[in-house]
Design a protein around this ligand. Structure first.
Ligand code: C2E
Ligand code: CA
Ligand code: CA
Length: 432
């Protein structure tokens, strides 16, 4: 995020606030942060007029205002297909900020954050910096082309389907635990295509079988080549519920593991995504139980989202629970998210499951998770998913960050305590 600070001067910001004194205070704050292009508006109606005259990157928006309030403004921005981001601030309670955020997201508007008044300079800066990441992600997502099964077949043949690896580390020590393999399509015209753009396509046919095989085979082959210092015990692979409908993929994985991983260099974890889509429970139970008999671990992916259900958790032979990044990446700013993460960890411990948090993006989240007794974590704070040849670089860079972490720990711990809500969340001791 720090790399974006220099770009702040180029942002066009609209400040919508009815109270003159607060409006001026916000403008002063923005100027101090380095924003130069600031336009004020006194209510929603004026804001809409301004957006017709000029394109804004960010709209800083109060919620309660006379004439047209913040909610009506958001609604109107949604109708007008506003392409920038909004940042909410209000003196009302947090739950109102949360529901307004959800409403904006439903209208497909990017929300950088929601801040209680009086606005703190650090929070304002942190939220504004998110603009550049959101922008990058939406550029990444905007594919204007249609991929077909024939394209995917060609990709298999031409070896364009490759695994990237994202490190997973121990929260207690920062040491490397293993890697999650995340598939990418190296397209000759469109560049690197992320999995969300083609997994559903593969799942519509038997292609998901071939995709899983390619990812698994290549991951083991590539990780086998890593030098000792970088090799890790765990390889996590994603398995679609479609792969659990019969034993074809199971047999293939067990065979490949036997052939390529004979010294058991990598212990395999199967991450089951979208449990709710499992069609035949008896088949999934048999397959996952057999994996466990062969020494594999099974992880509940995306825990806490609609994709995983409590009923299945009590039935399927899981031994790891992976807390979804939608909670983890805002647990330091949203008390509800923090409480959900804390409850997931508590539940996992009672069920004797290991916990892993995905989507850790900063040191505050790291420290909170550690205090809550989470076992492992994964996220951009440690490293992004990378091709095998970049792993030495990113692991070394993580080691350095972790070293700095230790030095800054005392300070961060204090911040972490402050962040735990006024009604403190119970911190679990790691040995429970
Ligand atoms: P997932 O299993 O939940 O994987 C985590 C996703 O979060 C990955 O997206 C990863 O790049 C992203 N991520 C990790 N850390 C952070 C972070 O700190 N911040 C943010 N914003 N994102 C983070 P990716 O690689 O685009 O994968 C998306 C999904 O595609 C995966 O979600 C998984 O469900 C699916 N997928 C990926 N590879 C495979 C595969 O080989 N087979 C199957 N069936 N599905 C796969
Ligand atoms: Ca996963
Ligand atoms: Ca997830």
């Amino acid at each position: 995020m720090k790399e974006h600070i220099g770009k702040l001067a180029s942002l066009n910001v609209l400040v919508v606030e009815d109270d003159k004194f607060q409006r001026l205070a916000l403008i002063q704050l923005l100027k101090r942060i380095g924003i130069q292009n600031i336009v004020p508006a006194e209510d929603g109606q004026q804001a809409i007029e301004k957006t017709k005259q000029q394109v804004f990157d960010v709209i800083l928006c109060d919620l309660s205002m006379p004439n047209m309030d913040g909610l009506a403004l958001i609604h109107q921005l949604g109708d007008n297909n506003f392409m920038g981001s909004i940042l909410l601030c209000s003196a009302m309670d947090e739950s109102l900020l949360r529901s307004s955020t959800s409403m904006a997201k439903e209208l497909k508007i990017n929300v950088l954050g929601a801040m209680c008044k009086p606005v703190e300079p650090v929070k304002l800066l942190r939220n504004l910096l998110k603009y550049f990441d959101v922008k990058q992600r939406s550029t990444d997502r905007n594919f204007s082309f249609e991929l077909t099964s024939a394209d995917l077949d060609a990709a298999f043949t031409n070896q364009q389907i490759v695994p990237y690896f994202q490190p997973q580390v121990f929260l207690k020590t920062g040491e490397l635990l293993g890697y999650e393999a995340l598939v990418r399509w190296k397209h000759p015209t469109y560049g690197l295509i992320p999995p969300d753009s083609f997994i559903t396509l593969a799942e519509k046919s038997e292609q998901i079988i071939e995709l899983t095989e390619i990812v698994f085979r290549q991951s083991i082959e590539q990780l086998n080549l890593l030098p000792e210092a970088l090799s890790a015990v765990k390889l996590a692979i994603n398995v679609s519920p479609k792969n659990l409908e019969n034993d074809v993929v199971q047999a293939m994985i067990l065979n490949l593991d036997k052939k390529l991983n004979s010294n058991k260099k990598q212990k395999i974890t199967i991450e089951v995504t979208e449990q709710s889509a499992i069609k035949s429970m008896s088949s999934a139970l048999e397959i996952l139980s057999r994996f466990r008999m062969h020494g594999f671990n099974i992880s509940i992916d995306d825990f806490g989202t609609g994709y995983s259900t409590m009923e299945q958790i009590s039935q399927l032979p899981y031994n790891e629970l992976k807390i979804d990044r939608s909670f983890v990446s805002k647990m330091d700013t949203d008390t509800n998210a923090l409480i959900i993460v804390e409850s997931c960890i508590r539940l996992a411990k009672r069920l004797k499951l290991k916990t892993i948090a995905e989507g850790v993006e900063n040191s505050r989240q790291w420290h909170l998770l550690k205090r809550l007794g989470c076992d492992y974590c994964q996220g951009y704070y440690i490293a992004k998913p990378e091709p095998i040849e970049r792993l030495p670089l990113v692991i070394n860079s993580w080691k350095k960050t972790y070293q700095e972490e230790i030095n800054e720990r005392a300070l961060e711990d204090v911040q972490a305590i402050e962040l735990l809500s006024s009604e403190p969340v119970q911190v679990l001791s790691p040995q429970i």
